[in-house]
Design a protein around this ligand. Structure first.
Ligand SMILES: NC(=O)c1ccc[n+]([C@@H]2O[C@H](COP(=O)([O-])OP(=O)(O)OC[C@H]3O[C@@H](n4cnc5c(N)ncnc54)[C@H](OP(=O)(O)O)[C@@H]3O)[C@@H](O)[C@H]2O)c1
Length: 346
């Protein structure tokens, strides 16, 4: 068995990691840290894990080396603490946005301050296996793709890869669930404010724009435009992307493009049905799973390609993807500990 520790384990992403690691056949949990829950059983923060483990949260000061370290800290914290975190494991998977952008000046533009450890950025591989599988296998340090970014990237990647997108602007609208904001309550997450909301925010300038542009660009940032809307669901991110292709394409071209990109992918499904209730990806069907569902439609008159892609933000958008990356880094089957579907009805 390999050993793994989770830093920031009382949060939502940390809780998902603990759930996945408790069910993982090749990895056991070494330590789980929380300052606010130190000394308390894991189930105090994550009641659904009740009865599954005797482990208790520890302070990060008590961390001892493990094979893998997962960092689930708020953005800015892992980079600031990098010198104390780095020696703790041969392999580190960071879930924050601290190490996703390769260019420190882009980080400064989107995060409004200089990067705390710019020299470390080049050591990280961007953690979306569908794009960087081989590099992740060889990596010591992986920065997992952001939730909204992962949804958008997986929807658009086949079109950019095939040269069908990128020449013209690409517009992305993401509907986001409330768990994206983490477990700490804020005025905007208060139930009367959030319940039933269809509340747009970050119509321009959302930080994940930079990740998407970096991931889809061919050496230079792709021209992508992202807007976010907070909606009722707890889990889920659903991206609707509009691609204005210079090249005239047919539906058959699109099917071929998506099949070529995702035929071998264990967690990406093409969802595009002519009939039935569930014709396009719906994050509700993905809750708790590591799947990314991707669908598309072609507007024959204008040539606009509309892509819909959905994930569970805490799974394929965070902890599921982190475990998928860890499996690759450890030379395990990529799907280990992640082979389950969602619930229907939910
Ligand atoms: N939620 C999502 O959908 C999602 C998706 C992708 C990526 N992420 C990223 O993953 C990271 C964790 O997200 P989350 O949603 O799990 O957040 P969260 O629920 O707010 O949890 C954050 C964790 O970090 C600890 N923490 C808070 N402030 C800290 C500080 N200043 N120093 C050290 N520890 C601190 C907290 O526990 P204690 O105070 O008890 O130590 C808590 O365990 C974030 O960087 C987030 O951007 C989140």
């Amino acid at each position: 068995m390999w050993s793994a520790s989770v830093v920031g384990a009382s949060g939502y992403a940390g809780g998902e990691l603990l759930r996945l690691l408790l069910g993982h056949e090749s990895v056991s949990i070494h330590q789980a840290t929380s300052e606010s829950f130190a000394g308390k059983p894991l189930a105090r923060a994550h009641p659904h894990l009740r009865g599954l483990t005797d482990l208790r949260f520890e302070s990060a000061e008590a961390l001892t080396p493990a094979d893998v370290l997962f960092c689930c800290l708020p953005h800015g914290v892992a980079a600031a603490k990098w010198s104390s975190l780095a020696p703790l494991a041969e392999r580190i998977v960071d879930l924050s946005s601290d190490f996703r952008l390769r260019d420190p000046s882009v980080y400064q533009r989107y995060y409004g301050r200089p990067h705390p450890a710019p020299e470390v950025l080049e050591k990280f591989v961007y953690g979306v296996p569908e794009l960087h599988r081989d590099a992740i296998r060889e990596a010591r340090f992986v920065a997992c793709g952001g939730c909204n970014a992962t949804a958008a990237i997986l929807g658009l990647y086949p079109l950019f890869r095939a040269g069908l997108a990128g020449e013209e602007r690409t517009v992305i609208e993401v509907k986001a669930g409330s768990s994206e904001a983490g477990r700490k309550a804020t005025p905007s997450s208060h139930h009367p404010e959030r319940s039933g909301a269809v509340r747009s925010f970050a119509l321009t300038g959302h930080r994940h724009t930079a990740e998407i542009a970096q991931a889809l660009g061919n050496g230079r940032p792709a021209e992508v435009h992202l807007s976010l809307t907070a909606v009722e669901m707890v889990r889920g991110a659903a991206a609707t992307s509009h691609v204005f292709s210079k090249e005239r394409v047919t539906e058959v071209d699109l099917w071929r493009t998506y099949r070529e990109a995702y035929r071998e992918e264990p967690f990406v499904r093409i969802v595009k049905e002519r009939q039935g209730t569930h014709r396009y990806p719906d994050p509700k069907l993905l809750a708790g799973t590591n799947f990314a569902d991707v669908g598309f439609e072609l507007d024959q008159d204008s040539g606009r390609i509309v892509v819909v892609s959905a994930i569970d933000n805490l799974m394929k958008g965070a902890s599921g993807q982190a475990v998928q990356c860890m499996n690759l880094m450890l030379g395990l089957d990529e799907t280990t500990g992640l082979r389950f579907t969602g619930l229907h009805p939910l």
